[in-house]
Design a protein around this ligand. Structure first.
Ligand code: GLA
Ligand code: ZN
Length: 705
């Protein structure tokens, strides 16, 4: 267990409940306070106990520079308190009043093409501007001071969905200073790291450097990488500036900001340590037809697991999800009956202690007036969506004992932002947006575990590997200093590593390793990758298992997209390519190293390969599963545990009735019934099995130590 807790405190010790609620914009209804009273009545009916208030309220809080109006917010905070509900109080920096942009144009963001935006929209400030920092610090201080002792203040919600970049002169200076400190004021160190001898790009001084631009420099990969690192750094600094007065005045109120899953613009691993808890906004396109429901569900589970892993397993917040539809997808399809409940509880299954929505009430005007909401324009509770939401409210009440519990998986999967930036930037393999497919590769590996109900942490290269039995690292192209050494030590000490094609190419500056791919992983994997073949959509090869391979797999699986041509140096060959000029050469190898082993999968494959490969490894390694049961297609089992009780979420992400034979006996928490034997799952059904310690007599539900 590695000393990590199994049970955490509630999000806020003063309120030990699972949270339910959402983005609430009472400031849009200041002139109709009767709506506020109706909101309160409806919140109670829907079982909502925590509302995100003030996210875009700046122009209501400070209608003119220096003139503040908090009365409306006082009333809302009081009303929430009066009914025992809480506020997730937002700082308003996600959007700003027009007076500010007019008085201080430096707060307006400058795009990569060096055009300064006009006032409008949101999420478009300069994160360096001293004026914007001063203004946000001031309003946050006033908010914290005013509400520090208010009984409804539960959590701080910093800004909204930080994202994007600013290329203004202030940001250019800040970037140059950041580079000076990264390279110890030594321009030659930067020239080397960026390999500026290429195309005569050598710099004489830091003052010659600008951010990447579509009409300027964008082909120096080290430069692009450092710019992305700077954007994360500067956004985090901006966020920390927002947090300062909150930390000072409300040291016991936890702080979060709503992240966006695998949003590529910011390295969330750098932001998470500054936050007390992480939260994210989840908007899957259910029923889209392009993929099976379970495939999309597994992709969403991946992001939930990533979000939980950002804080080492601490429960997170589902900060936004839609109660019905969004308004920005190409086709805004309604969630089919059952899906709202299923997808809400899916978040809880993976460690969320909340189900929050965007939005509580539909606005009357502007771009989100037709976005789904708990309360429709019709204004009452007699709607399908409201009933769905109220049902989740009731479920969360029943699931209260789960709050604070987590999971300690045997398996970690590396999904690394900097690695992704480097892969996406590489001119190689298959070019074009999304063509490299790093995220897809990670999700494909993840799906195999999802099908087996094997818990997974989604970590980055810098995380501690000790405590896991299996580390899966698809396309580990970039190896920052020490990563290969730590992976090697992990295997040496008995761990199992699975990696494969396009790994071990470059260092943290995106400079290629000399001496053969996979660079510093060559010893532990026992292979040398000499070349990599990119296949067209209509090309394929095969991965043919050798007789008596370690996993007892047989037959041939389809290989596509990338086939690396590798040499087994010290590794044993488990499978070979089936065709083309490299037929018979190794496609899958395993290298015994220390007391562990490293697998190398040299080609991208059809899912059936990953499914069977990981099923065999799971069996061989006796990896922790949520439930020792056969799971039919579309059904998964997800575990939360506090070290004593095991809460197993059985979820049917398919359009068919399914059945699972559960081991032992347990209480189903949503119905309150005891269950054993065959559990029937209707389409989109979810059951939460509560195995108490005394129910776990069997070997297969024994608590792992
Ligand atoms: C984002 C934002 C919300 C809202 C929703 C709509 O997640 O944070 O303010 O615009 O999208 O789906
Ligand atoms: Zn700027």
């Amino acid at each position: 267990m590695n000393g990590k807790p199994q049970q955490y405190e509630p999000i806020n010790a003063a309120f030990p409940h699972l949270l339910h609620g959402g983005d609430y914009n009472p400031d849009q209804w200041i002139k109709t306070p009767e709506i506020w009273d109706e909101d309160m009545r409806l919140m109670k009916l829907a079982g909502c106990n925590a509302m995100s208030v003030g996210i875009f309220s700046w122009s209501s809080l400070e209608p003119e520079e220096g003139r503040f109006e908090f009365n409306w917010l006082d009333t809302i905070m009081d009303k929430l308190a009066a009914q025992g509900a809480k506020a997730i109080l937002a700082t308003p920096s996600g959007a700003r009043p027009a007076w500010m942009s007019r008085a201080y144009p430096e707060v307006l963001r400058v795009e990569a093409d060096r055009h300064r935006n006009l006032h409008g929209l949101r999420h478009n400030h300069c994160y360096t501007s001293p004026v914007y920092r001063e203004k946000t610090e001031r309003i946050n201080r006033l908010l914290a001071d005013r509400y520090k002792d208010h009984p409804s203040l539960l959590v701080w919600h910093i800004s909204n969905e930080f994202g994007g970049e600013c290329h203004c002169d202030l940001c250019q200076d800040a970037f140059r200073n950041w580079l000076r400190s990264r390279y110890g004021h030594d321009i030659e160190a930067l020239n080397l790291a960026w390999w500026t001898g290429f195309w005569s790009h050598r710099f004489n001084g830091f003052d010659q450097i600008e951010s990447p631009a579509p009409h300027g420099e964008n082909a120096v990969h080290g430069h692009n990488l450092d710019w992305k690192r700077f954007v994360t750094f500067q956004t985090t600094e901006f966020m920390k500036n927002e947090m300062k007065p909150l930390r000072e005045l409300t040291p016991n109120v936890p702080i979060t900001t709503n992240l966006m899953g695998t949003y590529t613009g910011l390295d969330y691993w750098k932001m998470a340590p500054e936050l007390d808890l992480v939260s994210w906004d989840n908007y899957p396109s259910w029923h889209c037809g392009g993929m099976k429901t379970w495939e999309l569900a597994a992709d969403i589970s991946f992001v939930h697991d990533l979000t939980r892993s950002l804080k080492g397993g601490k429960p997170f917040m589902l900060m936004e999800s839609t109660p019905s539809i969004v308004n920005w997808q190409p086709v805004n399809k309604l969630k089919r009956p059952g899906m709202h409940r299923l997808s809400s509880l899916q978040a809880v299954a993976h460690g969320s202690d909340t189900v929050q929505y965007f939005q509580w009430r539909k606005s009357r005007g502007a771009s989100e007036k037709l976005h789904g909401a708990v309360v429709d324009h019709v204004g009452h509770e007699h709607t399908r969506v409201f009933r769905d939401v109220a049902e989740v409210g009731e479920d969360l009440r029943k699931l209260a004992p789960i709050g604070g519990s987590t999971v300690r998986p045997d398996v970690a999967l590396i999904y690394d932002w900097e690695n992704r930036w480097a892969i996406d930037d590489a001119q190689a393999l298959r070019n074009g947006p999304g063509q490299k497919g790093y995220e897809q590769a990670c999700k494909a590996h993840y799906r195999a575990f999802w099908k087996l109900g094997v818990p997974v942490d989604v970590i980055n290269e810098d995380c501690d590997f000790a405590g896991y039995k299996l580390v899966v690292a698809p396309m580990l192209y970039m190896l920052r200093p020490g990563v290969a050494e730590r992976l090697t030590a992990f295997v040496e000490a008995g761990g199992t590593l699975v990696t494969g094609y396009f790994s071990g190419y470059v260092d943290e500056s995106d400079l290629c390793f000399l001496g053969g791919v996979p660079g510093p992983l060559r010893k532990v994997t026992g292979i040398w990758a000499e070349e990599i073949d990119s296949l067209h959509d209509n090309d394929e090869n095969g991965i043919r298992f050798a007789a008596d391979n370690d996993l007892k797999l047989a037959g041939t699986y389809k290989a596509h997209t990338y086939c690396e041509l590798i040499h087994a140096e010290t590794a044993r060959i488990a499978a070979t390519y089936a065709s083309d000029f490299y037929a018979g050469r190794p496609a899958v190898t395993v290298n015994a190293y220390g007391t562990g082993e490293a697998w190398y999968v040299a080609a991208r494959s059809e899912f059936a390969f990953l499914r069977d490969f990981y099923a065999a490894l799971t069996g061989k390694m006796r990896l922790l599963r949520a439930l020792d049961a056969d799971l039919p297609e579309g059904v998964t089992a997800v575990l939360r545990t506090n070290g004593k009780d095991r809460f197993v979420f059985l979820m049917n992400f398919s359009e068919a009735r399914q059945a699972v034979r559960m081991p032992g006996e347990a209480e189903e928490m949503l119905s309150g019934k005891r269950m054993q034997g065959e559990v029937a799952l209707e389409p989109y059904d979810v059951k939460v099995l509560h195995y108490r310690q005394e129910d776990c007599r069997q070997e297969d539900c024994r608590q792992k130590d």
